[in-house]
Write a protein that binds this ligand. Structure first.
Ligand SMILES: O=C(O)CCC(=O)C(=O)O
Ligand SMILES: [Fe+2]
Length: 465
């Protein structure tokens, strides 16, 4: 199979309901609107309200930024920053190996990178050489995007780990205590064709992130943690039929958000990340990203001292089992953090369930769900019975004996109830599965594409569950 058919297959799996990937014309008649994003809106043209609402993001070269200053002024202050020069100063081979497509392709020939997800949460994967062919030719509004977190577990692809190291500004990584297998996904290799991107989200479990671009440019928008989700997402601003992919958000929705009255209290932090720059995203900040050019990047999430309280609070309820293990490991290696975690539990009156309690709770939930399912089945069967009776009223009224009428109606209803119950239990188990994934996914997904059908959020959520 050639690259075209492989990519067509991948696209079909990732967004099966999307028939025309160039429907909105962002590579054709609306191309100039996309290209205009290469420049930030001019400050002079803004009115006072907008000027006030545009939060700035500092840009500092790493030679002028000590670790202590970074921690004090950015990490502890929960303030995003763009740091220049890290790959060069910290001697990343990625500066060479990832900036030439041919070099990258030669390094990893067979491994298939995740570039999407199907409706059942399975990864959609392609080889790099096929993806690069697609990237060069594609005219999609919102193309497939390599966003892969399992390269480190593959014999061939883990050479990528030799090409970069965690920048010296981010020495803490407390989730490493629970071990590679148990910890949530935390590092991603990204190849983003122009117009691809990541929808608005907050990074998982209260973690902070750094993101370094080796080639290409990315446009970012950030909103402070206090911003309401629906306001930041611009939920009320979508028009009928509009897609909610990152390209649509940046081209259509953000400009509408900019002209909202200042009383809405929205503050924007917009900037363009250039090649060689590292963006620090503090935990809890909303952010969305659009690849302005074909780009190669790496991003990693971490728990540190500065974000520990928020990460602990999310982890103890979002990853109950892992939280116990983490707490034990913290007690051993960082007893002061173990004490802090317990203190937070006490302050919040949070009881961490033991294994036995967790299992009991799980059983109780299952019993409740089973009972609900049974009730639903009975209700449905009753309805079917009533329908039958309405449809064939004569069968009961014309029969000479009431006992035969009731027996015929009960036998017909029991057969209809058994057939409806089997089809019902199938659909209900599907929907409860979806609900569990959705609940578990709250705040757990790292990357979201819009997927107008709403599957994007679930898809990403599942990766973390
Ligand atoms: O580069 C991107 O597309 C998004 C990255 C992101 O959201 C992150 O690094 O947390
Ligand atoms: Fe993110």
């Amino acid at each position: 199979m050639g690259w075209r058919s492989r990519l067509e297959e991948a696209k079909g799996k990732h967004r099966p309901r999307l028939k025309d990937w160039a429907r909105d014309g962002f590579a054709h008649h609306r191309r100039s609107e996309f290209e205009a994003l290469a420049h930030l809106p001019s400050k002079q043209r803004d009115n006072e309200d907008q000027e006030y609402r545009r939060g700035g993001v500092d840009r500092v070269h790493c030679r002028d930024l000590s670790l202590e200053t970074f921690i004090r002024e950015y990490e502890q202050a929960s303030k995003p920053v763009i740091i220049q020069g890290i790959p060069e100063a910290e001697h990343w081979k990625a500066a060479e190996n990832w900036t030439k497509e041919s070099a990258l392709r030669r390094r990893i020939r067979k491994y298939t990178f995740k570039c999407g997800e199907d409706d059942d949460g399975r990864s959609v994967r392609v080889r790099l050489k096929h993806f690069f062919k697609y990237l060069a030719k594609q005219k999609d509004d919102s193309p497939l995007y390599i966003f892969d977190s399992t390269y480190d577990d593959n014999k061939e692809a883990k050479v990528l780990l030799d090409d970069y190291k965690v920048p010296s500004y981010f020495p803490d990584d407390f989730f490493s205590l629970v071990g590679e297998r148990r910890r949530p996904p935390y590092r991603w290799f990204l190849v983003g064709p122009r117009r691809s991107g990541t929808s608005l989200h907050i990074d998982p479990l209260g973690t902070s992130a750094w993101n370094t671009v080796l080639t290409g440019r990315k446009r970012w928008v950030l909103f402070p943690p206090r911003t309401s989700a629906s306001l930041a997402k611009g939920k009320a601003l979508y028009r009928k039929g509009e897609d909610d992919e990152p390209i649509n958000y940046f081209v259509d929705i953000l400009p509408r958000m900019r002209s909202l009255p200042a009383t809405e209290g929205l503050v924007f932090h917009e900037f363009i990340q250039e090649a060689g720059e590292t963006v620090f995203v503090p935990g809890g900040w909303w952010h969305a990203v659009l690849n302005l050019e074909d780009s190669v990047a790496v991003t990693q999430n971490f728990a540190s001292r500065a974000n520990f309280s928020a990460v602990w609070r999310k982890t103890r309820s979002g990853r109950k089992k892992m939280a116990w293990r983490w707490l034990m490991k913290l007690d051993e290696s960082y007893p002061e953090l173990g004490r802090l975690a317990r203190k937070l539990n006490e302050m919040d009156d949070f009881h961490m369930l033991t294994k036995v309690e967790r299992e009991k709770k799980k059983r109780r939930r299952k019993d409740r769900e089973d009972a609900k399912k049974k009730e639903e089945e009975e209700r449905r069967a009753r309805k079917e019975r009533q329908k039958e009776q309405r449809k064939y009223p004569s069968s009961s009224s014309s029969s000479s004996s009431s006992s035969s009428s009731s027996s015929s109606s009960s036998s017909s209803s029991s057969s209809s109830s058994s057939s409806s119950s089997s089809s019902f239990s199938f659909s209900s188990s599907q929907s409860s599965c979806t609900t569990v994934a959705a609940m578990a996914g709250v705040g757990l997904e790292k990357r979201k594409t819009g997927s107008g059908d709403g599957s994007g959020m679930l898809k990403r959520a599942r990766e973390m569950v």
